[in-house]
Design a protein around this ligand. Structure first.
Ligand code: NAP
Ligand code: COA
Length: 263
């Protein structure tokens, strides 16, 4: 990603990012690496994660399923062997499909909760013993569904709401060890699998864009910039927060025209 900071704010830092073979989390990985961090990324698919790591300056990729605590632990141990103790953790692995509650089996609901919520517990919990403490910064990737009850998203709403609460509980428990735990809640982000699933047609895309206060999709870079802030010393007194990077999505439907003649 372009626009590296001149002073390489993450030089000497080690980052571990879960769910980074594509999309928003890969964007974060690339941005961290461009700004000096040594970056390790994981996802389920060996092929996808190795290919993704080639786009992350100096990065390594490992196959690990966040539902499998041991495989996450092993990837963290390898990261420490290769790069040293971990300063920054991003837990962003997720699964989503659009279905009514009556159209999903118990296993369908569980699958998303397992990847998003249990996966986030596994990543953050396993990372603790590998952290460079005090001073480590952990962040989960949540979503507006955590706040906004949404049709056809019961599994994601439940899982992401759990992530928000988990983030805040861990912030309280780990603050005394000098470990900050925050979350980023992206809104609709362009060129991602998430939006390809949620708004698959041009009409649906246009409707989403028209309903967001900032009128349009965000970019992966928008989320990476927030992650950069949370990763640096600038955010040293910030923990337990959920930062919305969503163009106003959490506020609700903003499709009306309140500016009119006053614009
Ligand atoms: P994406 O490209 O599909 O990213 C999901 C990543 O998770 C992939 O790298 C996937 O790789 C990995 N993954 C899935 N299951 C996994 C598992 N069990 N273990 C390890 N890795 C796993 O989707 P995205 O749209 O960029 O979303 C990234 C994050 O942003 C998610 O947390 C999502 O909820 C959040 N978000 C996205 C949007 C949006 O507009 N796109 C909005 C709000 C929040 P493999 O297939 O190789 O495992
Ligand atoms: N509607 C209803 N149920 C669905 C479904 C859909 N569109 N897609 C999957 N399921 C159900 C399956 O039927 C299965 O339940 P069953 O065993 O009772 O039949 C369950 O979900 C698990 O499916 P499976 O394909 O075995 O899971 P997986 O672990 O291989 O994949 C998913 C996980 C389903 C979340 C898959 O979409 C995925 O890999 N997603 C990652 C990428 C992604 O979602 N990116 C966007 C992030 S916001």
């Amino acid at each position: 990603m372009d626009n590296a900071f001149k002073d390489q704010p993450l030089k000497g830092k080690v980052a571990f990012i879960a769910g980074a073979s594509s999309g928003i989390n890969l964007g974060i990985a690339q941005h961290f690496a461009t700004n000096g961090a040594k970056v390790a990324i994981i996802s389920r698919s060996h092929e996808k994660i190795i290919a993704a790591a080639e786009t992350v300056e100096g990065g390594i990729g490992m196959a690990a399923d966040v539902r499998d605590y041991e495989s996450v632990d092993k990837a963290l141990a390898t990261t420490v062997e290769q790069f040293g103790k971990v300063d920054i953790v991003v837990s962003g692995a997720a699964g989503n499909f659009v279905a009514p509650a009556l159209g999903m089996s118990s296993n369908g609901f569980k699958t998303v909760v397992d990847i998003d919520l249990i996966g986030t517990f596994n990543v953050l919990r396993a990372s603790f013993q590998y952290l460079n403490r005090p001073g480590a910064s952990l962040m989960s990737i949540t979503a507006p569904q955590a706040h906004n009850p949404s049709m056809f998203q019961a599994h994601v709403c439940a899982a992401k709401a759990g992530i928000n609460m988990l983030t805040q509980c861990l912030a309280m428990e780990w603050g005394p060890a000098g470990v900050r735990v925050n979350a980023i809640s992206p809104g609709p982000i362009a060129d991602t699998e998430g939006m390809a699933r949620l708004a698959p047609t041009p009409e649906m895309e246009a409707a989403v864009k028209a309903s967001v206060a900032m009128r349009g999709y965000g970019e992966k870079r928008d989320v990476a910039d927030v992650a950069m802030y949370l990763a640096t010393e600038n955010a040293r007194y910030i923990t337990g927060t959920i930062i919305d990077c969503d163009g106003g999505t959490k506020l609700g439907n903003a499709s009306g025209d309140a500016l009119g003649e006053f614009a």
